[in-house]
Design a protein around this ligand. Sequence first.
Ligand code: PEP
Ligand code: MN
Length: 341
Amino acid sequence: MIIIMKKNATEEEIKNIIKEIENKGFQALVTDGIERKVIGIKGDVSTIDSELFYKTGVEEVKRISRPYKLVSREFIPKDTVIDIEGIKIGGSNSPVIIAGPCAVESREQIIETAKAVKEAGAHILRGGAFKPRSNPYSFQGLKEVGLEYLKEAGEITGMPTDSEAVGESYVKLVSEYCSIIHIGARNGKSFELLKKAGKIGKQSRKPILLKRGENATVKEFLGAAEYIANEGCSDIILCLRGIRTYENKENGFQRYTPDLGSISVLKKKTHLPVIFDPSHAAGDREYVRSLCRGAIAMGADGLMVETHLDPDNAKSDAPQQVRPKTLQKIIEDVNLIYKKK
Ligand code: PEP
Ligand code: MN
């Protein structure tokens, strides 16, 4: 339930509403709308009569039965801007480029890649240390040592870092090494992991990068973000990465179906920044550059592009990783498109 105050509502009237909410045993969350204050009630309010809150200063009381409220644009009309060690994402900030290999493969590889992506114009370094692979015999990542190397590469190049926490027990570890805690597509419905990410994100003041589940609707994706926000962590970056349809990556087709249209839908439904990952969507480096152009033209707040110095010999996701030279061209495209808008 959200209570929309009148434009000219006084502090006293706002306080009265908060008191009423707290007397009922709920928590009130006050946010600044564009012209007025909005007060959200946290928790299961299905048994509360909304008439209770029609007091002086109140414009409207809305019952929200959707699985998401805190992340909705109705609750917070203004765009959320997240500051990642000085890099701002969301709102009117220019697109943020997260680049780096699918996986950290060695100390030298991640340091050299970090230098190359920085040179190409990237802002944030990515690199998986724990890799969620469909095949248990495929390269699983360097684990904690990979996080150490990633951190070092970030420090050398002055870039914030992003790496995936594949399960509940990895969230704290990732928060200790990285600037961003990344939750992968396979975990969009791992609710205990999402709650843990929200808790650790709040404690460590580290943003969460949440990928859309490969089978998740946009509503379910926002529900997953709500699990994180409900733990008090409001710095969430939504990352689209393609969804499963009838596409099949064999023989030059795409790995997933790029969900570019969802950028507009998310921009309408949520205040959170939205970025796009063309690499996992296409599964083929040939399609990555044009998808990046599309995503920025659609209004994405950033991109996550898998980049490798020698993609053909990458230990994971070899076909989809671009070379730093292509990343540079992508960033040039991004700057042109962003300026034109
Ligand atoms: C990744 O970005 O490292 C990754 C595994 O992607 P996804 O979760 O989208 O498959
Ligand atoms: Mn990958």
